[in-house]
Design a protein around this ligand. Structure first.
Ligand SMILES: Cc1ncc(COP(=O)(O)O)c(C=O)c1O
Length: 290
């Protein structure tokens, strides 16, 4: 059930160094740019990393879609009625930010896509490097300066049956939506967060297209005057409906360890890396509500 509350946070009594170990185990590589941390006003010590993609206005654009190796105008792209993504949410996805004509941290996204695909037992129909090359080419040809690329991989089309189809060919597609330039650091207004009971499955590390729990949580938040929902289990705050969550507690930057409750967000990895480079003290432990 949903609960509204202010979110005074404090560090849990867990002090084992789980966070750093979990980060290292993820094997995230070096990244170059530092996204802005937007300090929240009126919310105690919660940092929201960036507005959700849907919160920024898109310019209209007649677009094309890369689908199963072909580039076609969007209104000619076809998905079978029995695509398992459509019928079972049997698929995974990625959203890659494009800054100044370049996909940001594409290699990290490709690595997460491969982990997610493996997690749901879908074989990528083309190799990771080839896919990354196709994505870069597609972005260059579209001449988009700032935007995002949405990519979806499903188990493909087959007569409806819960059992994996023997013959289905995975459906892989991506397309671009333009966005305005990145917000200026320090100019964010702060966002109001609504705590929502976490009723999701236990494999949140998979970026699965089955997002109904996130959709319901986000809409409950927005329809009641909040900007984002944060998932809570017991007293533990894990992540947002569309974002990872950071808090500054006792001078330390704290975020939930990756695992069953949290998506290994690319922004999260970049922030942690930037924090380390800047000498910010990254604390271990969990974020709990008082
Ligand atoms: C549940 C959830 N957590 C975290 C994130 C942030 O992930 P990333 O930084 O890779 O965009 C998202 C983004 O969609 C999300 O849906």
């Amino acid at each position: 059930m949903l609960k509204r509350l202010n979110m005074p946070l404090e560090e849990s009594t867990l002090t084992a160094p789980v966070l750093r170990d979990a980060e290292n185990a993820d094997g995230y590589g070096a990244t170059k740019a530092a996204p802005a941390l937007l300090r929240q006003k009126g919310l105690p010590r919660i940092l929201r990393l960036r507005p959700g993609l849907g919160e920024r206005r898109c310019r209209p654009m007649s677009d094309s879609v890369w689908i199963n190796g072909e580039v076609v105008p969007r209104d000619e792209a076809r998905i079978d009625l029995e695509d398992r993504g459509f019928q079972f949410a049997d698929g995974v996805y990625e959203v890659v930010r494009i800054y100044n004509t370049r996909p940001f941290t594409l290699d990290l996204h490709m690595a997460r896509l491969a982990r997610s695909a493996e997690g749901v037992k879908i074989a990528l129909p083309i190799g990771r490097d080839e896919l990354a090359g196709q994505i870069r080419k597609f972005i260059t040809e579209r001449k988009v300066r700032d935007g995002y690329l949405y990519l979806q991989l499903t188990r493909g089309a087959a007569p409806r049956d819960h059992r994996f189809p023997k013959e289905a060919r995975a459906t892989l597609l991506f397309y671009i939506k333009p966005l305005g330039p990145a917000p200026v650091p320090g100019e964010g207004e702060g966002l109001k967060l609504l705590a929502v009971e976490d009723e999701r499955w236990k494999r949140c590390w998979i970026k699965c297209i089955a997002l109904i729990a996130n959709v319901l949580a986000k809409n409950e938040a927005v329809s009641t005057g909040y900007d984002e929902a944060v998932f809570v289990s017991g007293d533990i705050v894990s992540e947002g409906a569309t974002s990872n969550l950071f808090a500054i507690i006792g001078g330390k930057l704290v975020t939930h360890p990756i695992g069953s409750k949290v998506l290994p967000g690319i922004t999260r990895a970049v922030v942690l890396e930037c924090a380390e480079k800047l000498g910010v003290w990254v604390g271990s432990g969990l974020i709990v509500r008082r």
